[in-house]
Design a binder for this molecule. Structure first.
Ligand SMILES: Cc1cc2nc3c(=O)[nH]c(=O)nc-3n(C[C@H](O)[C@H](O)[C@H](O)COP(=O)(O)OP(=O)(O)OC[C@H]3O[C@@H](n4cnc5c(N)ncnc54)[C@H](O)[C@@H]3O)c2cc1C
Length: 302
């Protein structure tokens, strides 16, 4: 409830203005975002790699308003791919399709994302497509399936909070498309999404079991210690090796858990965001913890 209200409030331009100007926001942003520049993010990726973790780079941005902005995002990803390759990093890229113009035109989006996937595939890197609000689920999956016609190295996030996700997962498995299973970070009505945490968690476990039984390589993306323990139990019971799937977590969240999984020999990929358009990403991260929300609301009220 608080989370939904906070996400609703965060869309108000005046609130955005306050939050962006609050000094406390800047301090917190550094906790969740690797930096504003690609070089800073690459340094984080290199450090992660030295500690035994893989990474996925996310150039922050979403819902662009013009084809020009979408082209700039495409260019940023192309430069990032060149650098990942040049430095020999084990690092995927993660893209939001509304950053590549999905809301303006699906054709434009496909035209922009296609060369990115082609370049990634040539370098042996995967492109992971983030899943955004349910208004874009159909369009996002249509583009992912279209990309899969030509390229192997493309995957997509699936949100356990959506009722539709089980059938989406089956369709993706059928095409051999890598799934990143997440709980879901947007404000969704009960018409499309499970309203309680318990239901979301139950569906997460259900979808995780389908992914494990597929015999394909997928990603379990959560910081929820109980779900991670369940994943480890399920994987062991199925005799899955630590190389048969990966855990994913966000930069700056539950580093203790991240280190433990690496220490125990499991595969971990850390999602590393960078760039100047941090506001929506930051607000979603704050919304995930009631304590964060209350802290920020108190600062705004002052
Ligand atoms: C690698 C990765 C990629 C993602 N990609 C997408 C995507 O494409 N689309 C999408 O909708 N969502 C995405 N998400 C976000 C996801 O949907 C959840 O909103 C987010 O992961 C929080 O849920 P949780 O599974 O960690 O469980 P929760 O129950 O929310 O959290 C479990 C525990 O993790 C810790 N924690 C979680 N979030 C925070 C936080 N912000 N600050 C501090 N501690 C925290 C707390 O200790 C909490 O008790 C992604 C998440 C990950 C890890």
């Amino acid at each position: 409830m608080l989370r939904s209200f906070f996400l609703y409030l965060s869309r108000n331009p005046q609130v955005q203005d306050w939050v962006v100007r609050l000094p406390v926001s800047r301090q917190w942003v550094r906790r969740f975002v690797a930096g504003e520049r690609l070089e800073e993010a690459l340094r984080v990726v290199a450090t992660l790699q030295r500690s035994g973790a893989k990474a996925a780079l996310d150039f922050l941005g979403e819902n662009v308003h013009s084809a020009e902005e979408a082209r700039q995002a495409q260019q940023a990803y192309r430069v990032a791919l060149d650098e990942i390759y040049r430095l020999g990093l084990d690092c995927n890229i993660s893209v939001k399709l509304t950053q590549m113009g999905l809301a303006l035109s699906p054709e434009l989006c496909l035209e922009l994302v296609r060369p990115v996937v082609a370049q990634a595939q040539a370098y042996g890197t995967d492109v992971e497509v983030d899943m955004e609000s349910s208004a874009y689920t159909d369009a996002t999956l249509a583009i992912v399936h279209r990309l899969r016609d030509e390229f192997e190295r493309v995957g997509v996030a699936i949100q356990a909070y959506l009722y539709r996700s089980e059938s989406d997962v089956w369709a993706l498995i059928q095409r051999g498309i890598k799934v990143r299973l997440v709980k879901g970070a947007y404000r969704e009505p009960p018409r499309v999404a499970f309203p309680t945490k318990r239901q979301v968690n139950e569906n997460f476990v259900h979808l995780m079991e389908i992914l494990f039984d597929s015999g394909q390589y997928h990603a379990i993306a959560t910081h929820d210690a109980r779900l991670i323990a369940r994943a480890l139990d399920d994987a062991r019971r199925r005799g899955l090796s630590p190389r048969a799937f990966e855990f994913q977590m966000l930069y700056g969240i539950r580093r203790d858990l991240q280190e433990r999984l690496v220490r125990e020999g499991w595969t971990l990929r850390v999602y590393v965001p960078y760039g100047t358009h941090w506001y929506p990403y930051f607000m979603r991260r704050l919304a995930e913890r009631p304590a964060n929300v209350l802290f920020l609301l108190r600062h705004i009220a002052r």
